[in-house]
Ligand binder design. Structure first.
Ligand code: KIV
Ligand code: ZN
Length: 525
């Protein structure tokens, strides 16, 4: 059960591992999910939605492990309005110190049409499934999916049914990011006013960012009486994403005069978790993203820099340290030792064991041979490399040589291990990256379609590392790979192979012949 509410406390419900991970291509491994859950717990998030246990064996295992290990936060699992879903969810979370079942059904006319249920039939289903969940678990949350496009009378009726059946939290999803701040506030205020026994439950808001209003809509809901915000790190989530945790938490902190509410989040942990989520999900944070973007605290123009030097408050409404950004620090170089690297990693929020340090140190020395100064961003990129590749990867690059220039088509010779057998191929292409990708396909033929190929320089200068993101799609299965290197073509090859490795894992999990099916949370059995 969530702790008793004081009037001005807003609960932070993080759904990075469920709604965030549902974002196409944002698959995380079980270890990555556990690591993120631990960081969320340490950070002071109140409720962690750890996954959707019936979706796959992998999801079930990740939720169970998170439930067993988490110290403080409530651990929540998602379930459709279906007894088997709810039972499976309970099985996964029952060992949590504080378990919660979150069950939902689409209540708008469009969503009611999918399972083809009448209003009355759906109302009965809600009553039965919430009661069933309540028989298993004290803490039950219920959501009418697409609430903001549900007829008022029906929304009121189903909320009352769920409260009567024992739900403790009623979450109001703006599933398609359709609402606007004044409407979001009016809806919550009206629910609080007109739903019978509304004061018996915590009202929650869950917004998507399709029109760029998720943060504003969530805060408006809080001003009107909602006391739980559902959100994700970096705003990760389907389509345009969910409400960004860092935005609502910092808005509540910085504008506490307008929004006099508290959260339990330690904001100094924001940057670290943002980086980790970006790395493990393969979704880079846009440069000018509020709070966690690389430029969020950068002051380039002369007027701004001058003002900042005289008084930081001239152009800064929050201090970089408030979100865990260390001040400018000295770069490392090829003479830096293991201790300096460990200290830097700790500074950047990476808590690593001795074995991992050994591995990272080798990569660090290799980079230092190619690059004079190693900046914080280089180290962060290096850490993302470590997370991307494992000894179990079926495809492993051994060497790559590329010839390119004005003289003719580029030529790439690639040596790669496939299931422990070494193979070589030389291919021509329209430029070095095209030739390299053709060589990968010659060694490992596949039908994957390249959906995204993105290159960013990590720092300045011609010896800067490039981070490359590659997103592939094959038969509806999507996977993203990332890599970083001072050689853009090598980074591209590695990112492409990383994405293929992930695709192979996903295909095994969900593809034809697998024993588990990827369950869409929008479909009702
Ligand atoms: O957006 C949505 O409606 C959801 C529900 C499952 C809560 O994520
Ligand atoms: Zn959602």
């Amino acid at each position: 059960m969530t702790e008793p509410m004081t009037k001005d406390r807003v609960l932070i419900f993080d759904t990075t591992l469920r709604d965030g991970e549902q974002s196409p291509g944002a698959t995380m491994t079980q270890e990555e999910k556990i690591e993120i859950a631990e960081l969320l717990d340490e950070m002071g998030v109140d409720i962690i939605e750890a996954g959707f246990p019936i979706a796959s064996e992998g999801d079930f295992a990740a939720v169970s492990k998170i439930a067993e290990r988490t110290e403080r936060a409530v651990i929540c699992g998602l379930a459709r309005a279906d007894f088997r879903d709810i039972d499976r969810c309970w099985e996964a979370i029952q060992n949590a110190r504080r378990p919660r079942i979150h069950t939902f059904i689409g209540t708008s006319p469009l969503h009611r049409a999918i399972p083809n249920l009448s209003q009355d039939e759906m109302a009965d289903r809600i009553h039965d499934t919430v009661s069933h969940a309540r028989n298993l678990c004290d803490d039950v949350q219920w959501s009418p999916m697409d609430a903001t496009r549900t007829e008022w009378d029906y929304l009121k009726r189903v909320c009352e049914i769920a409260i009567n059946a024992g739900a403790r939290t009623i979450n109001i999803p703006d599933t398609v990011g359709y609402t606007a701040p004044n409407e979001s506030a009016d809806l919550i205020a009206r629910l609080l006013r007109e739903v019978s026994d509304s004061s018996e439950v915590t009202w929650s808001t869950h917004c998507h960012d399709d029109l760029g209003m998720a943060t504003a809509n969530s805060l408006a809901a809080v001003s009107a009486g909602a006391r739980q915000i559902e959100c994700t790190i970096n705003g990760l989530g389907e389509r345009a994403g969910n409400t960004a945790l860092e935005e609502v938490v910092m808005a509540l902190k910085v504008r506490n005069d307008l929004l006099p509410f508290e959260t339990a989040v330690d904001t100094t942990k924001i940057m670290n978790i943002s980086r980790r989520v970006s790395t493990v999900s393969g979704f880079p944070v846009q440069m000018n993203k509020a709070i966690v973007g690389k430029n969020a605290f950068a002051h380039e123009s002369g007027i701004h820099q001058d003002g900042m030097l005289k008084n930081a408050q001239t152009f800064e409404i929050m201090r970089p340290a408030d979100v865990g950004l260390a001040g400018t620090s000295l770069p490392l170089g090829k003479h830096s030792g293991r201790a300096a690297l460990r200290a830097k990693l700790a500074d950047l929020g990476f808590d690593i064991g001795d074995n991992q340090l050994k591995d990272i140190f080798v990569r660090f020395k290799d980079l230092a041979d190619r690059k004079k100064e190693i900046f914080d961003d280089d180290i962060i990129a290096l850490m993302s490399l470590v997370a991307e590749t494992t000894a179990d990867d079926r495809l492993q690059i051994e060497s790559l040589e590329v010839v390119c220039g004005t003289g003719g088509p580029a030529k790439a010779t690639l040596k790669m291990r496939v299931d422990n057998k070494s193979r070589v191929s030389t291919e021509q292409g329209d430029g070095p990256v095209d030739a390299t990708f053709r060589a990968v396909r010659a060694i490992h033929p596949n039908q994957a379609v390249l959906q995204l190929y993105q290159v960013n320089a990590v720092t300045e200068g011609t010896d800067a590392q490039a981070t490359v993101s590659v997103r592939l799609e094959e038969d509806g299965v999507i996977a993203t790979g990332q890599s970083a290197n001072t050689d853009t073509v090598v980074a591209s090859a590695q990112a492409y192979v990383n994405a293929l490795n992930r695709l192979l894992v996903r295909r095994q999990k969900f593809g034809p012949g697998s024993d588990v099916r990827e369950v869409s949370y929008k479909e009702l059995s």
